[in-house]
Design a protein around this ligand. Structure first.
Ligand SMILES: Cc1cc2nc3c(=O)[nH]c(=O)nc-3n(C[C@H](O)[C@H](O)[C@H](O)COP(=O)(O)OP(=O)(O)OC[C@H]3O[C@@H](n4cnc5c(N)ncnc54)[C@H](O)[C@@H]3O)c2cc1C
Length: 262
């Protein structure tokens, strides 16, 4: 069984700024981390490997600084990692991002399952996994808490607002995994040297995979961020009561009475 996990490196949300001019995220001032639900997707892939055997591959699109984060996934237990990295991929919206990732998935080779997080902590659209499924022409399941695989098909429990449902699909398919569905394992110290120094992380440019640059990056992104602003807090009505604690309690009770029985 070959599972490919799409792993996004995100800036720590509390440290992100937005470029006023271009309306793009400025990562330069923020430290980064692996998108939290993607850690759950890696853990799910490793559990499936323990149950069914096989291989786990990691795939990211982003700048070269993403590479060490892929190595952390290798130290957790993944077997190989791939990074789609090219200036032509920059400024991508979810359509262009999912296109480039889908091309990377095809280049990795035959696979049974693509696992993603359900949404990123920075963009948070949740659109990339369904986008990948559409580009690849594969079935998809979103908001998944649990998967079981047998005889070439997948059963997935989806979390819905008021409960859950179980869906079934033929493999290969694309699944996005809810945050906190499992406890991502610690890095395996026995794999550390291999993961950090020896394991090859394949870096692919647009030319390497003959990617149509008109479908990638800015040219491939029909979404336009028209503006970014800070939401104004609503004005709250407030009133200070004064007097002894008994007098304040009486005033308060009168006010509450007036509200509930106008
Ligand atoms: C007009 C526009 C311009 C933008 N320009 C920039 C820019 O210049 N720089 C920038 O950093 N962002 C930019 N973005 C944000 C960019 O679109 C998103 O980072 C990207 O498309 C992923 O979308 P998302 O964060 O909503 O992912 P979601 O759909 O919420 O992510 C779900 C899952 O998909 C997978 N995934 C998503 N992205 C990746 C990835 N890159 N690699 C591997 N797996 C992934 C992960 O498993 C993730 O958990 C721009 C967005 C728009 C609309």
């Amino acid at each position: 069984m070959h599972t490919i996990v799409c792993l996004k490196v995100v800036p720590k949300s509390e440290e992100v700024t937005i470029d006023d001019e271009t309306k793009t995220l400025d990562r330069s001032k923020a430290r980064s981390e692996i998108n939290p639900p993607d850690m759950n997707a890696v853990e799910m892939a490793l559990k499936l490997k323990e149950r069914n055997g096989g291989t786990v591959s990691l795939l990211a699109m982003g700048p070269p600084l993403f590479e060490p984060y892929l190595r952390l996934g290798l130290a957790m237990g993944a077997d190989q990692a791939f990074l789609m990295s090219d200036r032509a991929f920059g400024g991508a919206d979810t359509l262009a991002t999912s296109y480039v990732l889908a091309e990377g998935i095809k280049a990795i080779g035959s696979f049974d399952l693509v696992l993603c997080g359900d949404e990123s902590s920075d963009g948070a659209t949740g659109q990339v996994p369904p986008g990948i499924a559409e580009w690849l022409g594969l079935p998809q399941a979103t908001d998944v808490r649990r998967v079981d695989v047998s005889d070439g098909s997948l059963s997935a429990r989806r979390e819905l607002g008021a409960g859950s449902e179980v869906v079934e699909a033929d493999l290969p398919c694309v699944v996005s995994v809810k945050h906190d569905v499992n406890e991502p394992r610690f890095l395996d110290s026995g794999r550390w040297d291999w993961a950090m120094n020896e394991a090859p992380v394949q870096i692919w440019s647009a030319t390497d995979l003959e990617i149509d640059v008109e479908k990638a990056g800015v040219p491939g992104s029909p979404t336009v961020v028209a503006g970014v602003s800070v939401a104004e807090g609503a004005d709250r009505r407030r009133e200070f009561l004064s007097g002894s604690p008994e007098e304040i309690a009486t005033q308060l009770a009168d006010k509450i009475r007036a509200w509930v029985k106008p």
